[in-house]
Structure formats: structure tokens, C-alpha cells
Design a protein around this ligand. Structure first.
Ligand code: CP3
Length: 347
């Protein structure tokens, strides 16, 4: 199926497009009342993730309701540990919880490399449905967590401000940490390939907890495994979003990936300089900027677009959209990117 809107893909290839493409991290699920309506008909978040028809439905909602230039498949990064043998629960209003965690060799020995066709077929299945229903309106983004971020949840067992148990393991049992990271990496490569095979037009790796590692640990326990993933994925372009990894941007320049996501703390001009001209950049408006009034949102969005310049930029927030954001404010952000980035090219 030929894509009718391939702005993102042309931008990634470095082409001079007619305007800047835009989508939002966490656009599916967090903010739309239409998502709640679908979600409330099922017993849980996890059931929704595992029901391809419904996951497909909520994946497409932001395309219709927000006007974004891509759909991101509705799932979660924590489906990978589950497929490796470590199930999770999603506690309402609290977040993920793993009844069992990985802290010792004995815990580690119970895990396996995920078998996608057995344990993770529901996401590729949902992607196939999304592709069919979208009929090429916009590209579909597949995703996975970066090995370090997945490791952090598997060791800690819940979200955490410090992930101190996960970080302690890097100091106390580095050899085991590497073995676990390698197993997550192997599972993730197979999972991303299955998503692309099912029709994902590009994929993104989320390293949400990159920023809590010292530079040396990020390079050694995170970036190294992200690089393995980038080296293994040739079938579609790949975006790496390592939140808080500003100190390692220089090293990320050499990742074999097409796009680097910037968080809102990263200076746009400095990042562009450090990353060089071969990378497309994605981001990076502060998600809190969408709490402002419409005029202020327009102003900040335009300033961001000016800083990135017209080409090799995919407009997005610097992290996922916050759950209590007004959908009209999101639409203001999306519409401003579309209108202003077109005008930028005329002047
Ligand atoms: O981007 C999208 O809209 C697609 C769907 C998506 C979800 N999770 C659905 C979800 C994506 C891309 C994710 C990624 C994810 N999940 C990350 C990386 C991105 C980031 O924000 O840093 C992380 C760290 C997780 C782990 C996770 N899942 C947490 C911490 C939580 C708790 C609450 C929250 O929203 O952050 C989740 C639950 C979750 N994942 C929900 C949704 C829609 C909310 C639960 C519900 O609907 O009941």
C-alpha cells in the first residue's frame, strides 16, 4: 500500500519537504476521552494491549482526532519482560508493578529470550490491522523500550525516582547485568523485526531512564546495547530517544540510526552541531508548555520550529504528552507546526 502522507519518511531521508511532520510521544491513550471509552469496555490495560482489534482502534484515534502525521502502535514497553518470563501488572493510577523481580543469578536463570510468535504475536497482529484500516493515510511507528530502561523496571519492579536497586546492580553484579541486558537486547531485536515485518514503517527505541546513569554507565550499559539494536535493524528507519542523555550526544552521533529524539532540556542548536548533518532530529517542546494558553503555545511552538530549521526535523514534545493535557491544546500544537512550518519555507 502506497502511503498518502509520507512526510516523516521523506524527512528522515533528508528530503526538502513541503512542511515539518508532527506527532506526539504517548499520543495514544493518555489524553483522549475516546480512549477511555474503549478502555472502560475491557477489564484492564493489559487486556487492551493484547486485543489487536481494540489496540488498533485506539492507535488510529489520534490520527483522526489530533491530525498527527503518524500513528504509534498502542502497546507498552513492558510487554518484552513479560514475554521473557517476567509478567507485569498495571495498577490503576499508579503504574507498572512486577510481582517478581530480577536481583540474583537464580532470578535471572528463570528468564528466556522472548519468542515473538508464541508470546508477543498480538502487537504485530495489531499493526497489521492498523495498516489495513489506515489505508496508507499515515505511516505506522513500532516501538520498544531500550534495554537499560527495561532492565530498570525488571530489577526495580516498579517505577522509581532513583531506580537505586537497578543502579546498584550495575556496581555490584556487572557481569550479570550485562547478561540480562544482552537477553533483553536479543528479545528486542526480534520484537522490532516482527513489528516491521507486520507493516511498521519506522521504529522508535525509548530509553526513558537514560538520564539517571552517569555518562560512563550510560555508554557501557545502555548505548552499547542500543547500538546493537541499530546495527541489527536494516528493514526500516530507527529513532533513538534517550531522555536525559545530553552528555552522551557526541557518542550517539555514531549510532547507526536515522533519527535522534531530543528532550526539552537539550539545546537544539548545540545538539544539531554535536550530532552533525546526517541525523534527523525529533522533538522537543516541553510537555508542560501545553498547559499554557493558545497564544503562548503558538509562540513556543514557533520558536522551537525556528530553532530546528525547516528540514531534518520531526516536530514532537520532549517527552510523552502529560495525561491531564487538554486535547484542544494538543491540536493547537499540531496545527501550529503544520501552518508555521509551511510559511517558514515561503519566506
Ligand atoms: O505513544 C503511545 O501513545 C503508544 C502507547 C504507549 C504506551 N506506553 C501506552 C500506555 C507507549 C509508546 C508507551 C511507552 C512506555 N511505557 C514508556 C516509554 C515512554 C515514556 O513515556 O517514557 C514507559 C517508561 C512505559 C512504562 C509505563 N506504562 C508506565 C510508567 C505507565 C504508567 C502510566 C503512564 O501512562 O505512564 C504505563 C501505562 C501506560 N502505557 C498507559 C498507556 C496508555 C496508561 C495505563 C492505562 O491506560 O490504564
Amino acid at each position: 500500500m502506497q502511503l498518502k502522507n509520507d512526510l516523516i519518511l521523506r524527512t528522515i531521508r533528508g528530503e526538502q519537504t513541503e512542511r515539518t511532520p508532527v506527532w506526539l510521544m504517548r499520543q495514544a491513550g493518555r489524553i483522549l476521552p475516546e480512549y477511555r471509552a474503549v478502555r472502560d469496555r475491557l477489564s484492564s490495560f493489559i487486556e487492551l494491549v493484547k486485543t489487536p482489534e481494540r489496540a488498533a482502534e485506539v492507535t488510529i484515534q489520534p490520527v483522526d482526532l489530533l491530525g498527527v502525521d503518524a500513528a504509534i502502535i498502542f502497546s507498552d514497553i513492558l510487554v518484552v519482560p513479560e514475554a521473557m518470563g517476567l509478567p507485569y501488572e498495571m495498577v490503576e493510577n499508579k503504574g507498572p508493578f512486577f510481582p517478581e523481580t530480577i536481583r540474583s543469578e537464580a532470578d535471572f536463570r528463570r528468564l528466556k529470550v522472548a519468542d515473538i510468535s508464541d508470546d508477543l504475536a498480538y502487537t504485530p497482529e495489531a499493526i497489521k490491522l492498523v495498516k489495513r484500516e489506515l489505508e496508507g493515510r499515515v505511516p505506522v511507528i513500532g516501538f520498544a523500550g531500550a534495554p537499560w530502561t527495561i532492565f530498570a523496571y525488571m530489577v526495580e519492579g516498579t517505577g522509581s525516582k532513583t531506580f537505586s536497586k537497578a543502579r546498584a546492580l550495575l556496581y555490584n553484579q556487572p557481569a550479570m547485568a550485562h547478561r540480562l541486558l544482552q537477553m533483553i537486547t536479543d528479545s528486542t531485536i526480534a520484537y522490532l523485526k516482527a513489528q516491521i515485518q507486520a507493516g511498521a514503517d519506522l521504529v522508535q527505541v525509548f530509553d526513558s531512564w537514560a538520564g539517571i546513569l552517569p555518562e560512563e554507565h550510560f555508554d557501557n550499559f545502555s548505548l552499547r546495547y542500543i547500538a546493537q539494536i541499530c546495527e541489527a535493524i536494516h528493514e526500516a528507519p530507527i529513532t533513538v530517544f534517550a531522555k536525559g542523555a545530553f552528555a552522551s550526544l557526541q557518542a550517539m552521533r555514531y549510532l547507526p540510526c536515522e533519527t535522534i529524539g531530543l528532550d526539552w532540556n537539550m539545546n537544539i542548536q548545540v545538539s544539531r552541531k554535536v550530532l552533525g548533518s546526517s541525523k534527523t532530529l525529533q522533538g522537543n517542546l516541553d510537555p508542560a508548555a501545553l498547559y499554557a494558553d493558545f497564544k503562548e503555545i503558538e509562540k513556543n511552538t514557533k520558536a522551537m520550529l525556528d530553532a530546528f530549521g525547516p528540514y531534518q526535523h520531526i516536530a514532537n514534545l520532549g517527552h510523552g504528552v502529560y495525561p491531564d493535557t487538554d486535547a484542544d491544546k494538543v491540536r493547537c500544537f499540531v496545527d501550529t507546526v503544520k501552518e508555521y512550518s509551511m510559511r517558514m519555507r515561503e519566506s
